[in-house]
Design a protein around this ligand. Structure first.
Ligand code: PMT
Length: 397
């Protein structure tokens, strides 16, 4: 999303100013062209040289500096920007922007741009909670500015509260969402499932599988980056939800079925990357099962098939996790579960399946046609699936 995009990064004076350097670095690594504007207070905390070295581009510190490029065309940055991000944003700058001032380069750029503007506040909790700051933030929100955070946690004053700059990964997610807001999924609702489910045996044990959730989370992120409103129904996984995605946490297959039933009402597409357990113990013991010299025999009963049980209406995409006869098994699942598309992966192939950053998949449609994709990142696999979903939605009119 960020490759080749012109991002203006405004950095204000704050104990968190140094974190602006990480944002500049990560944006540059993601392929963005980053034009940094440091306010005069920011320069008391961090040096322009740091940002110049990280972005390999001129850094704007003074709009009245006769030698600077902006002296010739003071609204050039505002015009060229694909997005403007102010991180960290101080209470003073938020007030300045809310009142439409143009008395420094950052305020002028925000006033002159038609690109999306995102503001990530960082200040003491008392300043953030002051009615003046709240009103200024509300004014900006009302004008379509995206306010990202602040996080709650330990502040420079030593106290805890709302006022910490959000993590860089969250800012990159927010920027990607803003840049993709008018994508081909704008106005669409997409439900994605991720992770494995856990079927309790007793209060401390469960039956589960090796799904990390990475595949489903990557699809959710890709759909968000194309403008979709995304609900992510996830089993227990160690991943943070992508910014801007509604996350519903579940544990068992029955809970996942109920959550997907609710989330898919009126949605445009369901993409089931989750690995719900097909069986659960017939009984869950009330107390921890004790070790004995004899073996233990478990009686399992089948769980409901979530995909097969869902009514029509939305585009239904399933996955097939196979260890043999991948295409034949996947084709059978398309028919049995009433799918529009299935994403077949041989979970024993190198770089594919559980826990990996990449996947090697074959897309098979309802007519049985196969499209074999090369090894791709799970995010790129997500986009290739969404390309097919977009075509299916278009065909439905
Ligand atoms: O999470 P990662 O570590 O990134 O790993 C990704 C993955 C390997 C889990 C993913 O790529 C994948 O293959 N997901 C599907 C896993 C699975 O349950 O496959 P299946 O062939 O058993 O099921 C077929 C389809 O039916 C799947 O879409 C599944 O979500 C769905 N299903 C399964 C069981 C059930 N009770 N109800 C269902 O709807």
């Amino acid at each position: 999303m960020l490759e080749g995009k012109r991002i203006v990064l405004g950095v204000c004076g704050s104990v968190a100013s140094y974190k602006g350097a990480d944002v500049a670095s990560r944006l540059t690594q993601a392929g963005a062209l980053v034009d940094v504007i440091l306010t005069s207070s920011a320069q008391r905390f961090v040096s322009p040289l740091t940002f110049r070295a990280l972005t390999q581009r001129p850094v704007c510190t003074d709009m009245f500096e006769p030698q600077s490029a902006v002296a010739e065309e003071h609204v050039e940055l505002a015009r060229a920007a694909d997005a403007v991000l102010v991180a960290p944003a101080s209470a003073t700058t938020i007030a300045r922007l809310a009142h439409g001032l143009a008395d420094d380069m950052l305020a002028l750029t925000v006033l002159a741009t038609v690109a999306p503007v995102l503001i990530a506040p960082a200040m003491d909790a008392q300043m953030w909670e002051h009615p003046a700051t709240r009103a200024n933030a509300a004014t900006l929100r009302g004008r379509g500015v995206v306010i990202v955070g602040p996080d709650v946690g330990r502040l420079a004053s030593g106290r805890s509260g709302a006022g910490r700059l959000v993590e860089t990964a969250v800012l990159l997610g927010a920027l990607s969402q803003a840049l993709g807001a008018r994508g081909d999924f704008a106005g669409r609702r997409v439900v994605v499932s991720a992770g494995g489910t856990q079927e309790p045996l007793d209060p401390v044990r469960y039956l589960g599988n090796r799904s990390s959730g990475k595949m489903g989370f990557a699809i959710a992120e890709a759909a968000r980056d194309r403008g979709a409103q995304v609900t992510l129904v996830s089993g227990p996984v160690a991943l943070d939800a992508p910014y801007g995605v509604e996350r519903v946490d579940v544990r068992t297959t029955a809970e996942m079925a109920a959550a997907i039933g609710r989330a898919t009402a009126g949605c445009d597409a369901l993409i089931m990357a989750a690995a719900p357990a097909d069986f659960r113990p017939e009984r869950t013991a009330d107390q921890k099962i004790k070790r004995t010299a004899q073996g233990l025999t478990l009686e399992l009963v089948p769980n409901e098939d979530i995909l097969a049980g869902l009514g029509g209406g939305c585009i239904k995409v399933g996955f097939a996790a196979e260890t043999q006869d991948m295409r034949e098994n996947a084709r059978a699942k398309v028919a049995r579960k009433g799918l529009d598309l299935i994403v077949a992966n041989d979970v024993r192939a190198a770089g594919a399946g559980f826990g990996t950053e990449t996947n090697l998949v074959t897309l098979i449609d309802a007519a049985g046609n196969c499209e074999e994709l090369p090894l791709l990142s799970k995010y790129d696999v997500g986009h290739r699936i969404l390309d097919r979903v977009a075509a299916l939605l278009a065909a439905r009119g």
